[in-house]
Design a protein. Sequence first.
Length: 194
Amino acid sequence: MSERKRWSVRCLLAGIVIVGIAAASAAPGADKPEVSVREVPAQVVLYTLHRGPYETVGGTIGGLFGLAMQNGMFPQGAVTLVYLNNPGLVSPEHYLTEIRIPVGEAALQKAGTLGEFTDVKRLPGMEMAVVRKPKGVEDQTSVRASLSAWMQENGHVAIDSCVEKMQSQGPVASYAEMETEIMIPIRKLPAEQD
């Protein structure tokens, strides 16, 4: 099977894999997640905006992979979702999610030509607080709460929106079956002086 066909199959699977990010309660008794700090290098991404419930993001992901293939942009990493608003403050039909696929440097030649809400951009390297959402967790709310508590306890503040990086390979039946990493770009607060 050619590389292009393999990526086409992966694009189709991506739409199936991301069946939804459900809003339900976290698994009771889940252990407190372990937080790490990671330097994420600069990268070029193909991205688009999705408006609507998290459960409907799969079709948009599949479409973005299709656009990547049509334009000779071969994905070079995992899909990430950037949550642009607080689901506690807006209704599901108004959720905004930026979907990103890492691509090669050559993709920057297409910047500004792909549509009103779809483009290519370079992201700077940044430090991120990272926690894993394990399989079996239906809702990331408790995972994100643990991450926020860790940031506060360790003197860090968020400098951008929450990012979720997909880790599961192959098709899964539900969001609960997916392994992901929840990441928040951070900076350390200056130490208080006496």
